[in-house]
Design a protein around this ligand. Structure first.
Ligand SMILES: CC(C)(COP(=O)(O)OP(=O)(O)OC[C@H]1O[C@@H](n2cnc3c(N)ncnc32)[C@H](O)[C@@H]1OP(=O)(O)O)[C@@H](O)C(=O)NCCC(=O)NCCS
Length: 174
């Protein structure tokens, strides 16, 4: 069996080669050019954002990013950690990598005592529910003040978030 390695790095500690590697993995799932992926990364990812890298036999097998985000719920602003760009290399999907990635992320969130938030399409809601996340049944979901036709999911083991959320919005794209 190949060795599994997990690391959590800040953007400022990533080499240029690692940034290219991350964007190469994202490109397997989101069909933008390499230049567009790199531009999105430069424009949206901040120096103190975190990157969870899961390697198998040295190769990047799964990835996600963790960013500081302000979440407005029914008028009140709450600091949370936003999880984005969750992906597993196409050759390794269905072998438990995604579950490992989410387990590592959940324990990071618990350690930081912060609630996690992410946005996703219908087809992956089940994956996140299996990973211990919950779907927010809000009437309105917005990212950077633009309405979003997606699902909002949260990881809130300390039960800090109110129930019956009407509107949820985040201040940045991640
Ligand atoms: C979604 C994704 C991260 C899942 O990773 P993965 O390594 O294939 O998932 P795992 O093998 O670890 O599966 C973990 C569990 O979730 C389930 N699962 C996986 N994908 C699922 C899906 N789309 N819907 C529902 N359940 C799913 C698995 O059956 C497994 O369940 P089990 O614990 O009962 O056996 C991966 O398929 C991927 O990279 N997809 C493309 C990118 C993407 O859409 N990312 C989400 C962005 S919001």
């Amino acid at each position: 069996m190949k060795k599994l390695e997990i690391e959590i790095r800040e953007t400022k500690d990533l080499s240029e080669q690692q940034i290219v590697e991350i964007n190469g993995l994202k490109q397997q799932h989101w069909k933008y050019s390499e230049a567009e992926h790199m531009r999105w990364f430069r424009e949206n990812i901040k120096q103190d954002d975190k990157h969870v890298l899961l390697r198998e036999g040295g190769e990047l097998a799964a990835y996600l990013n963790i960013v500081n985000v302000d979440v407005k719920i029914s008028g009140k602003t709450i600091k949370m950690l936003g999880i984005g760009n969750v992906c597993v290399s196409v050759t390794k999907e269905g072998s438990g990598m995604g579950a490992v990635l989410m387990a590592v992320t959940n324990s990071y969130l618990k350690r930081k005592k912060l609630c996690g938030i992410l946005f996703c399409r219908d087809k992956v809601v089940g994956f996140y529910i299996r990973a211990g996340w919950e779907k927010v049944e809000a009437r309105e979901i917005a990212v950077e003040e633009k309405l979003c036709d997606c699902n909002a999911m949260i990881y809130d083991p300390l039960r800090t978030i109110p129930e019956n959320i009407e509107k949820i919005s985040v201040n940045r794209d991640f």
